[in-house]
Design a protein around this ligand. Structure first.
Ligand SMILES: Cc1cc2nc3c(=O)[nH]c(=O)nc-3n(C[C@H](O)[C@H](O)[C@H](O)COP(=O)(O)O)c2cc1C
Length: 196
């Protein structure tokens, strides 16, 4: 009774949504990814800095190059998923701040003139956006398979540049047969929440 979100949407986004390890062949279109992005771009970030960048790995040749950098157990599903996305943090996000945070454009120089400060902020805020992205994939009726079992430096050199830090690779598609591991338990409210 405390949640205002429609119960079917609660199930779609959380209770029945699972991390998929196998997918059908049904393609994931650019239109679907655009709809997902146009929804999740509204998720909050500090100073609205929006440092997440998304690389869609579509060509078979690029897919092969990516699979080589995945941990062995992640390789078959990354090779077979209809779509794979590399999520990265843009450490030069501050260049966009005058546009993204127009009521306080000084933020760019006041807080983010130093690269280490930008890297810390970008890692946190792009990770938040990665979570929004996963929920957005679910909102499109698709399943996501996020993975950090990979050679990050290899992926960075292969697909990105010094200004971008890879965060995770996400398989995306409609879940296929035997797509799930057994659902693991979650921590109970009382194990997680304290009140002071
Ligand atoms: C950031 C992140 C990294 C993950 N890395 C891997 C991975 O490398 N390989 C893998 O098989 N699963 C990976 N997972 C999947 C998690 O184990 C899975 O999401 C979690 O156990 C919950 O599963 P459920 O959604 O089916 O309940 C990752 C998940 C996240 C969010």
């Amino acid at each position: 009774m405390s949640l205002v979100l429609d119960p079917a949407a609660q199930d779609l986004l959380f209770r029945e949504a699972r991390t998929a390890n196998a997918f059908t062949d049904e393609p994931v279109t650019d239109e679907q990814v655009q709809a997902i992005y146009d929804l999740v771009k509204y998720g909050p970030t500090a100073f609205n800095q929006s440092p997440l960048r998304i690389t869609l790995v579509r060509s078979p040749e690029a897919r092969e190059r990516l699979v080589r950098h995945m941990a062995e157990g992640n390789q078959p599903k990354t090779a077979a998923a209809p779509l794979v996305a590399i999520l990265s943090a843009d450490n030069e996000f501050h260049e966009e701040l005058p546009t993204l945070f127009p009521h306080f454009p000084q933020a760019k120089d006041l807080f983010f003139s130093e690269r280490p400060a930008r890297e810390g902020a970008a890692a946190l805020n792009a990770a938040l956006q990665a979570a929004y992205f996963i929920i957005g994939v679910r909102a499109a009726g698709l399943a996501a398979g996020p993975m950090t079992g990979l050679d990050f430096e290899g992926v960075r050199k292969e697909f990105l540049d010094d200004d971008h830090t890879p965060l995770m690779v996400v398989n995306i598609g409609r879940p296929g047969p035997d797509a799930w591991f057994p659902r693991s338990p979650r921590l109970a409210y009382d194990d997680v929440v304290t009140t002071v």
